[in-house]
Design a protein around this ligand. Structure first.
Ligand SMILES: [Zn+2]
Length: 223
């Protein structure tokens, strides 16, 4: 199979468009190295690209993505840990100032775990990976009479909180947050609406940000 035409066309558009305006920036970043201030831990979901949502330029975001934006707890057991490796690099080498866990609506990984989906393959890699969010499920409790969509939103947001809590199991990161050198944040992207909510650490509530801009834009008639 040949290289996808969609990617060739996309790259071609990039070279004639964005690369033109970013050329100097790319050169500088190549010479000086990257110094992103913000690390984002997001889902692999194709609809939730942090660079698109935050309108990021090259070198601005240090991004790690996996199924359902999970952070496994600190486990110095000699195993290979992708998120921990990215955290180590982001925190110790790049010295990021913020870490954002970005969850989202309609998360397939969360749905699969919340609704006990059948494994997709004998390895059941998703099932094993998603079991990291068991504490979040426990906190939300049974669905009861709650509509499915509301229940899944709760689980998705509890999953973001669970990742934030797991971040605090990394001793160095915990220390840096306690001394105010790194701030960690929870965020949630509504895929259908494009709305972004950020967790208020005082109340635990996810509140929309830039809500005025959003309202103004969508109040205008669109043809
Ligand atoms: Zn997802």
């Amino acid at each position: 199979m040949s290289f996808p035409q969609r990617l060739i066309d996309g790259y071609s558009a990039f070279t004639s468009g964005r690369l033109q305006s970013e050329q100097n920036r790319y050169r500088e970043l190549a010479e000086r190295g990257q110094t992103p201030e913000i690390m984002v831990i997001g889902c692999a979901d194709s609809r939730v690209s942090p660079e698109v949502i935050f309108n990021a330029r090259p070198g601005e975001l240090f991004v790690v993505r996996n199924v359902a934006n999970l952070v496994p707890p600190y486990a110095p057991d000699g195993g290979a840990h992708g998120v921990s490796a990215a955290l180590e690099f982001g925190v110790a080498a790049l010295k990021v100032q913020h870490i954002v866990v970005l969850g989202h609506a309609q998360c397939g990984g969360v749905q699969a775990f919340a609704e006990d989906a059948e494994p997709l393959s004998p390895g059941d890699f998703i099932g094993k990976w998603m079991s990291l969010m068991a504490p979040a499920m426990e906190k939300v409790g049974p669905r009861g009479d709650l509509p499915r969509a509301d229940y899944l939103t709760r689980v998705e947001q509890a999953n973001v909180v669970n990742s934030l809590e797991n971040l605090m199991t990394f001793p160095r990161l915990r220390k840096l947050t306690e001394t105010g050198r790194i701030a960690i944040h929870g965020a949630y992207f509504g895929v259908a609406t494009g709305k972004l909510s950020v967790r208020d650490p005082a109340t635990g509530e996810f509140k929309p940000i830039a809500a005025d801009d959003y309202a103004r834009l969508f109040a205008q008639p669109r043809f």
